[in-house]
Design a protein around this ligand. Structure first.
Ligand code: A4P
Ligand code: MG
Length: 169
């Protein structure tokens, strides 16, 4: 349960899928997020097709990002996201393996935390254009807690292998 005394925070999440109709999976995840009693889905980015980063040969991903407002504590938000992943048939067998739905916490305000269950900002987000581009779509002036600008980080890694999905979101 959300702590009633806690203030709402802005959190950015990464949304990805590369199995079983990925575009339908990510859109369904957004509907469930929007209906969650302790989460307000403020905005979602366009959807992108991206080449899989990970072991073996995997189908392309659909990736995007969402901006949430929530009074949930960080671990409670992770619980909520993992419950939504499970409801979408997510199986955790191979790390970085193909998945029906992946919901990652990217940023929570200017929080920096590293615990066994949760690292914020997401530790690999600065290397991934399929995370940085959707974040930039949501907020062109977004910065990491350490002051680095998302647009600068995306300029460094480039936008290769990333294609916007034209039908919108
Ligand atoms: N965890 C720690 N910090 C976080 C966080 N900020 N957000 C822990 C979410 N979870 C976090 O995650 C493993 C554990 O990480 C969780 O139990 C949680 O306690 P997981 O979702 O079960 O497994 P995973 O996603 O396979 O592992 P990981 O290391 O989170 O993978 P990544 O880095 O998310 O990479 N290629 C493309 N093109 N697009 C993608 O979206 N995604 C991945 C997954 C690989 N390749 C991809 C994509
Ligand atoms: Mg994950």
């Amino acid at each position: 349960m959300a702590n009633p005394k806690s203030l709402n925070v802005r959190a950015y999440i990464g949304i990805g899928s590369n199995l079983e109709q990925p575009l339908a999976q990510v859109k369904s995840a957004c509907k469930v997020l929007a209906a969650h009693p302790h989460i307000t889905l403020v905005d979602t980015s366009p959807w992108y097709q991206s080449k899989a980063v990970g072991p073996g040969s995997q189908p392309d991903y659909v990736n995007g990002a969402g901006l949430l407002n929530t009074a949930l504590a960080p671990e409670e938000l992770l619980d909520a996201l993992q419950a939504i992943e499970l409801a979408h048939g997510r199986e955790r067998s191979v790390r970085w393996g193909a998945r029906t739905l992946d919901l990652d916490i990217l940023l929570i305000e200017t929080l920096t935390q590293q615990t066994p269950r949760l690292t914020v900002p997401h530790p690999r987000m600065t290397e991934r254009n399929f995370v940085l581009q959707p974040l930039l779509d949501l907020n062109p002036t977004l910065q990491l807690p350490d002051g680095r600008h998302i647009d600068h980080l995306l300029n460094i890694i480039g936008t290769q292998d990333l294609a916007v999905i034209k039908e919108g979101h």
